[in-house]
Design a protein around this ligand. Structure first.
Ligand code: 7TS
Length: 421
């Protein structure tokens, strides 16, 4: 029996009532089925209330004032950072930088570490399944530095071709930056192995945890990863806050990226000395209330348990595959459920993904359609756009079952249009 099978099952019905939005109807008589969790998740009442309480009772700017409200806000903000630290098992909370999301975390590393360390001919190893957030900042860095980008190719069924590492990893490789779980394919990558191989080659490793940290246990010390980024809004928290974790010696050695208030020890008219971690990378007023909301989201996830969440999503995606595989003309992108998280992207006959999404919306089913900020990945599979259903702890098997009639309706509508249109 696998470790996952031993986890006690999660009953989504026990949690749904915590999420006010999940009880709304999309239109009169049409309940919401929210399958757009890879884009952004919904919020339990206690996350919303943690932010309301902050605004109503404690709010002030942080790390500046000595008045009572400033001290209370400071304390809540620091507690949120401690919750983040414990959630990813970082050694020290100063290593957890509050950013504005995964994108801003990657940009900080590219600008700060990248500009200081990369020379012409150095190589950055990415994969063909990256979100644009983990492609464009490195393309920009390559333009500035003369560094060269390489990419781990994909198999037909959406896995990384790891044997390519034998030739792709060389003494020129200075950084490996890759996604833990693909936001399109759902593939769970062998993160530990890639980090180990990267380190053997003498490279640093950045992990894009935007789709993994919300859905499975993450331990940065066990992984020995150098940098990890993720976003609060994909894990029941508010938008506008994310986290950059880094190894202390790396963060200490990196120059600050954004300059301004909060990130300095001393400023003269013509020079400055940067402050200590984490302030050095948090110029300006940070996302105070969003960080506090993220802390409340982490409390909520911890009470349920990340293993239970991962297990539940595996059940949902397995059922989704079983349903979708029966639909004629439907092509699923990515591997079989055993290799993936709760994400299923597909194309249906010649029907455009936006049309599929529109017909599903009539049944209250919210999915995303398009290239999901992963155009090179879609090019790799010769498909312009896909429809994507992505699950979270509050989704039920009964909701997943609704995909079948929803997609049948899409086929009926568009085949009729094609025949008579
Ligand atoms: N990396 C991955 C793997 C992602 O899925 C996303 C967002 C990001 C980075 C960027 O996160 P942000 O919070 O900074 O925007 N992915 C998606 C998606 O799949 N649909 O909408 C956003």
């Amino acid at each position: 029996m696998s470790a996952l099978m031993q986890v006690s099952p999660l009953d989504p019905l026990a949690y749904r009532s915590d999420f006010p939005i999940l009880s709304r109807e999309v239109r009169p008589g049409v309940p919401l089925i929210y399958f757009d969790n890879a884009a952004s998740t919904q919020h339990p009442r206690e996350v919303i209330q943690s932010m309301v309480r902050c605004y109503e009772e404690h709010y002030a700017n942080v790390h500046r004032g000595i008045h009572q409200l400033a001290q209370e806000s400071d304390e809540l903000f620091d507690q949120a950072r401690e919750k983040v630290r414990a959630f990813i098992n970082a050694p020290q909370r100063e290593q957890c930088i509050f950013t504005y999301g995964a994108t801003s975390g990657i940009n900080i590393v590219a600008r700060s570490w990248g500009d200081a360390n990369l020379k012409p001919g150095d190589e950055i190893l990415l994969t063909e399944m990256e979100h644009h957030a983990n492609l464009v900042p490195w393309q920009q860095l390559a333009e500035r530095s003369g560094a060269v980008l390489r990419h781990i190719p994909l198999t037909e069924d959406g896995l990384l071709q790891l044997d390519a590492l034998d030739t792709l990893l060389t003494e020129r490789t200075k950084l490996v930056a890759f996604v833990a779980i693909s936001n399109v394919l759902g593939t769970i990558n062998p993160v530990g192995e890639i980090i180990r191989r990267g380190h053997q080659a003498g490279a640093l490793v950045l992990l894009d945890g935007a789709q993994s940290v919300p859905h499975q246990k993450t331990d940065v010390q066990a992984l020995d990863v150098d940098f990890l980024v993720f976003s609060g809004h994909k894990m029941l928290g508010p938008s506008g806050v994310g986290v950059l974790y880094g190894k202390r010696e790396l963060l200490e050695a990196m120059p600050p990226f954004l300059g301004g208030g909060g990130m300095i020890r001393r400023v003269r008219l013509d020079s400055f000395e940067p402050g200590d971690l984490p302030a050095k990378f948090e110029a300006g007023t940070p996302p105070i209330v969003s960080a506090i909301g993220l802390g409340a989201a982490i409390d909520y996830l911890n009470r349920i348990g990340m293993d239970a969440i991962a297990h539940h999503e595996r059940l949902l995606v397995t059922r989704a595959h079983a349903i979708l595989e029966k639909i004629e003309g439907l092509r699923i992108l990515g591997p079989t459920p055993e290799y993936k998280a709760g994400i299923v992207s597909f194309s249906l006959d010649q029907i455009h993904a936006h049309d599929v999404a529109e017909v599903l919306d009539r049944s209250g089913i919210a999915i995303r359609a398009g290239h999901h900020c992963a155009m090179p990945l879609h090019n790799r599979y010769n498909v312009g756009a896909t429809a994507r259903a992505s699950f979270y702890l509050y989704n039920t098997l009964a909701e997943v079952e609704q995909l079948a009639p929803g997609l049948d309706a899409a086929k009926r509508v568009f085949h009729r249009k094609r025949n008579f249109g």
